[in-house]
Design a protein around this ligand. Structure first.
Ligand SMILES: [Cu+2]
Length: 253
């Protein structure tokens, strides 16, 4: 019976160990519109010794990926913390949109089979009275993103549905001419990096295209998801923003 329960837990989390983090601002902060250095330590379960670089495996060329988004889904960052002394990590960020930010740290501890995600929240404002937007900048469905000469279109053969894999595809065009996936740079070991984040930011999916260009995304919630897609072309990094609505499962009576 006990064994059954343990296996059930493993099935849910892929690992019995849980991870958490503690963070601080060694140079003061959080500061809106200015460099804020975030320092943190990662811990496994009840361990009091933090995880060091030697405890982590490289994923997409880095040991830790840090993504963050504000409450209005206006600003997205993807950074890579560096270990400054054993178990102590630092990452500078510049955030210039006032908001409540959620930070997602992703890492793969040695001995684990799935990537772990731990989160923390912080407010970046000019002054404590500043009104911050909690409504996503694109609250409805947004499937094209244009910036300068580039236009990116998100498409899928069937509408996004909860607990179903969405087969998404992103078409990148420059001046109206599609750029084949293979011609995009290899950036952090992939042609594209996709983050799908639910409105409450409790569901976070990080995905990459398969060779065919299809990106498989699994949604655990219904409603709004902010989608951020990053690609690099001729050395220049582009961050694109989309939004979609995930439907509830159809009743199967
Ligand atoms: Cu990625």
């Amino acid at each position: 019976m006990k064994l059954f329960f343990a296996m059930f837990l493993i099935g849910l989390n892929a690992s019995a160990a849980s991870y958490h983090m503690v963070h601080s601002y060694p140079q003061g902060g959080p500061k809106l519109g200015d460099t804020t250095v975030i320092e943190f330590q990662l811990f496994r379960g009840t361990d009091t010794t933090p995880l060091t670089a030697a405890d982590l495996l490289v994923e997409h060329e880095k040991l830790i990926h840090m993504m963050c988004v504000d409450s209005g889904f206006q600003q997205y960052r993807h950074e890579h913390p560096a270990e400054i002394s054993p178990g102590v990590w630092q990452v500078p960020v510049v955030l210039d949109t006032a908001g409540n930010y959620r930070f997602f740290l992703q890492f793969l501890p040695d001995g684990e089979i799935t990537t772990k995600t731990v989160v923390f929240d912080d407010k970046f404002v000019e002054n404590p009275d500043q009104v911050i937007s909690t409504t996503p900048v694109h609250p409805e469905t947004k499937l094209t993103f244009e910036e300068g000469e580039f236009k990116v279109t998100l498409s899928y053969p069937a509408e996004p549905e909860i607990k179903k894999i969405l087969l998404a595809e992103f078409t990148v065009e420059k001046n109206g001419v599609a750029i084949p996936l293979q011609e995009l740079d290899n950036y952090l070991g992939a042609k594209m990096h996709i983050a799908a984040i639910s409105a409450d930011k409790n569901d976070f999916v990080h995905a990459h295209p398969e060779e065919s260009g299809v990106v498989k995304v699994y949604f655990k919630q219904t409603g709004f998801y902010g989608i951020f897609m990053q690609f690099q072309y001729k050395g220049e990094l582009h961050t694109n923003q989309f939004a979609l609505q995930v439907k509830p499962a159809p009743s199967r009576e």
